[in-house]
Design a binder for this molecule. Structure first.
Ligand SMILES: Nc1ncnc2c1ncn2[C@@H]1O[C@H](COP(=O)(O)OP(=O)(O)OP(=O)(O)O)[C@@H](O)[C@H]1O
Ligand SMILES: [Mg+2]
Length: 537
């Protein structure tokens, strides 16, 4: 999925928030609706240990913790889709249920509504069909699906969630952020056949903001504020500490499957949460000013035109990390893919001052370009293959011969990479699918960084990565460019751009409209620049 895949239905027009009123639910704010007690889960090893968790109406509870700390597993137990070990209890809607016999049906009956980390959408099906997967198909006669009614009903459900999509659109045509919004709309809708109820629901979201661009993060958090004000309870997972501070009423931090801190937000600040996640006080990475503009140019770009991109000129110097900011559809991903030979492009590209031609990804790899794409689990990861195969550049069949690396050597290299990038995995042989989301991302990044690229192209490099690992990744990217490379980093996360980048270019409508340098590379200035361009348009 590219940044510019907006043709297929697009998102909400800027400014048209489209958010409808939400009926106030009855129930006193602060009433405990769900109480999980001593919840545990064992796979090959125990990954969640006797966790207690309370969720209340009208309050937002943030679940924080490092990659692989058990957050998603805990939420899946509450959803009843992962069966908990015997010994725990779930108290929900006044019923006390043994954790091992708790079910998705009990969760739904108790008013819990889930959006999991992978969103649970089937890409090939339309939005309406995805809604029907959970709500059932309306039928005119037994056996006859009422397509018209389904479309109508889905449009209405979307509209009430503030979305203006055609329900016939395949989910695959949506941008990542729109997929999240659709999944939330689906979770929140009423059961088609149920009687209307004004009881509060509890919306449980696993990393809903991880893949959202800044403007849509705000919109989503505002939306959650509204839901909370209407009396709904909310639990969510996020790796961004600034979001925790902005939106949480209550916080629980997990480390290695155990609760290491819980309480109202007032008990926490960013540093305390980070220390709880890490288990020690980690050294925080702060922005360092450096002037790389006098260093030789590694990557030169003149008049690059591809997809929505119009005539981009850009020089990236040795040791420099250039950030790319902009709204969805501004051409950020297109820029990276065009540079990598992944899209037809016109214009001139030079490496170390010599013109080069990159027509295919193979050409790019031969010139030691590396691209880590945005939607890693769909484009870059082999979920059924082992961790070592995923770490190995050789597993990319199309590059195997060019790189000429031996599988045996790659396998031997895996443990060192796993420790360098702090990947949490049961073993190098484990399938990638058994790793937590953030750890899958670290594996894909590690695969490319070990090739010692000259030009590193990163699209949302730390999406879904925990705050501690994120600093690790930033250090590694910095080390890579310090060894004579350069990097172009697309990120929707202005904090990431501030921390990592020497210079940030702002794209709008496929054109480079601003360059922000030096001490001006700050999150507030970047946010203003991105939004400013939006308003100007
Ligand atoms: N189906 C499974 N089989 C075996 N192990 C699993 C399975 N699902 C999760 N795990 C393991 O359980 C641990 C917790 O994973 P979980 O996905 O809950 O972490 P998380 O806190 O959500 O991490 P992230 O922030 O990366 O999403 C991880 O070590 C993971 O490898
Ligand atoms: Mg998770």
């Amino acid at each position: 999925m590219t940044d510019d895949a907006s043709g297929a239905g697009g998102g909400l027009p800027a400014g048209a928030a489209g958010i409808t009123d939400i009926a106030v639910r009855h129930g006193r704010p602060g009433d405990v609706v769900l109480c999980g007690e001593r919840l545990s889960k064992t796979y090959a090893t125990r990954v969640v240990h006797e966790v207690d968790l309370e969720l209340s109406t009208g309050r937002l509870h943030v679940l924080a913790g490092g990659n692989g700390s058990g957050k998603s597993t805990l939420l899946k137990m509450l959803a009843g889709v992962v069966t908990a070990d015997a010994g725990g209890t779930v108290v929900l809607g006044g019923r006390r249920i043994a954790a091992e016999s708790y079910s998705p049906r009990a969760a739904r009956a108790g008013g819990l509504r889930f959006v999991h980390q992978d969103l649970g959408l089937v890409d090939q099906l339309s939005i309406a069909e995805n809604f029907a997967l959970e709500g059932g198909y309306p039928r005119r006669l037994p056996g006859w699906i009422d397509d018209h009614r389904l479309l109508e009903r889905t449009s209405e459900d979307l509209r009430r969630a503030g979305l203006a999509f055609d329900p016939r659109l395949p989910v695959a045509a949506l941008r990542p952020s729109d997929r999240t919004l659709v999944a939330i709309a689906r979770a929140l809708r009423d059961d088609p056949d149920a009687e209307a109820s004004d009881a509060p629901l509890t919306l449980i979201l696993d990393e809903p903001t991880a893949s959202l661009p800044i403007t849509e993060v705000d919109r989503l958090l505002d939306r959650l504020d509204t839901l909370r004000a209407a009396g709904h309870g909310i639990a969510l997972v996020t790796h961004r500490l600034s979001e925790v501070m902005r939106i949480a009423d209550d916080v629980t931090v997990l480390r290695d499957g155990r609760v290491v801190g819980t309480g109202p937000l007032g008990d926490f600040d960013e540093d305390r949460i980070l220390a709880l996640i890490a288990g020690h006080v980690p050294e925080r990475l702060t922005r360092q000013e450096r002037d790389t503009t006098s260093a030789p140019v590694v990557l030169g770009v003149r008049g690059l035109t591809a997809g929505a991109l119009r005539g981009i000129d850009l020089d990236v110097h040795r040791g420099e990390i250039v950030g790319v900011a902009g709204l969805v559809g501004s051409g950020r991903t297109t820029l990276l893919r065009a540079l990598f030979g992944d899209l037809p492009a016109a214009g001139e590209v030079s490496l170390d001052g010599a013109p080069i031609r990159i027509r295919t990804a193979g050409d790019a790899v031969a010139h030691r370009f590396a691209l880590v794409p945005e939607d890693r689990t769909r484009e870059a990861a082999y979920l059924d293959a082992s961790v070592w195969e995923n770490l190995s550049a050789a597993s990319l069949a199309q590059y195997r011969t060019r790189l000429g690396v031996s599988a045996r050597r790659e396998r031997r290299a895996a443990p060192a990479l796993i420790s360098r990038f702090r990947v949490r995995t049961p073993s190098v042989e484990a399938p990638l699918a058994a790793l937590s989301g953030g750890n899958q991302q670290k594996v894909v990044l590690a695969r490319w960084l070990q090739t010692e690229p000259r030009v590193l192209l990163l699209d949302e490099p730390t999406q879904g990565v925990d705050a501690v690992a994120r600093d690790d990744i930033h250090r590694t990217v910095r080390d890579t460019v310090d060894r004579g490379a350069c990097a172009v980093v697309v990120s929707s996360d202005v904090e990431e751009l501030e921390q990592l980048c020497d210079r940030v270019i702002v794209l709008h409508g496929g054109r480079l409209v601003q360059t922000i340098t030096g001490t001006r590379v700050r999150r507030d200035i970047l946010t203003a620049a991105i939004q400013q361009e939006n308003r100007v348009a």
